[in-house]
Write a protein that binds this ligand. Sequence first.
Ligand code: SF4
Length: 322
Amino acid sequence: MVAGLRRLGFDAVFDTTFGADLTIIEEGTEIIGRVTKNENLPILTSCCPGWINFIRYYYPSLEYMPSTTKSPQQMTGAIIKSYYAEKMGWDPKDIVVVSIMPCIAKKYEASLPNQESYGIRDVDYSLTTRELAKILKEGSVDLRYIEEEDFDSPLGVSTGAGVIFGSTGGVLEAALRSVYELVTKETLENVDFVALRGLDGAHEAVVDLGVRKIRVAAVSGLGNARKILDKVVSGEEVFDVIEIMACPPGGCINGGGQPYAKDRDAVLQNAWNHSINSTAKINCANHTRTLKSSRSIKTSLANLVVTKHMISCTWKTLKQVL
Ligand code: SF4
């Protein structure tokens, strides 16, 4: 894939999973902050624009609940146009970031007014994987016959936590791995939160953080989102963190922009297995040297006076603009 994109003419190719790791660290920090203060709970994940659009229209009174952390797509674009641009001596205005996503709604997310930093869009174009397949075909680039190449560095290094991000329950599981370690100061022996896994639409679990137990849930599909939000609003159920993905079953691995397949169930199961059985050596986003260096990325961004804008956004702004 990386080699194929270079053949199409891209100057640098990065792994969005790196952006997912940054999202995990930022969102994990937000979870710890809100749970510790016991305010604005439950915190709802916000990396799925299909779901964010849904809450904006149908539950506007809950606009304070979604995390303000930017999604991996936006995080990656923002870091490319700041940290990487500075490192390469490039003017961010000369960079065009094209994301490849399993999702049609990511086009909408990339175009939102709050997804930019000081007038520079985080992501200029968002293509679906289905569109990429067509472009590769038109460019006579056949991935079966070219040797794979590595992502560009340093934004191509990622963890197993970032890899599970695309599966339902994966965003929550990835965040909980880091939240657990950061709160308890203990190393997580078993990184798998199996209670949150599965292709069916809803899962929940209680996670013991030592100082406090938190109740979490992961749902896919907007019907399931509606059910759980109605219970939260009525007070029938109390949660601390809820992950919601619009595409059922499975989340982004089953996104609306993915290539059509004759045996969709088998393809989905294969994507699921690949996602949860990551062979990454590092499985917690807070463990990586790259992410430690992401703190220096933040420091570097601070010099550019854009740090907070690069990694988070306010939904209030979104409401005002739209
Ligand atoms: S769950 Fe579906 S709509 Fe949401 S980000 Fe993933 S592919 Fe897009």
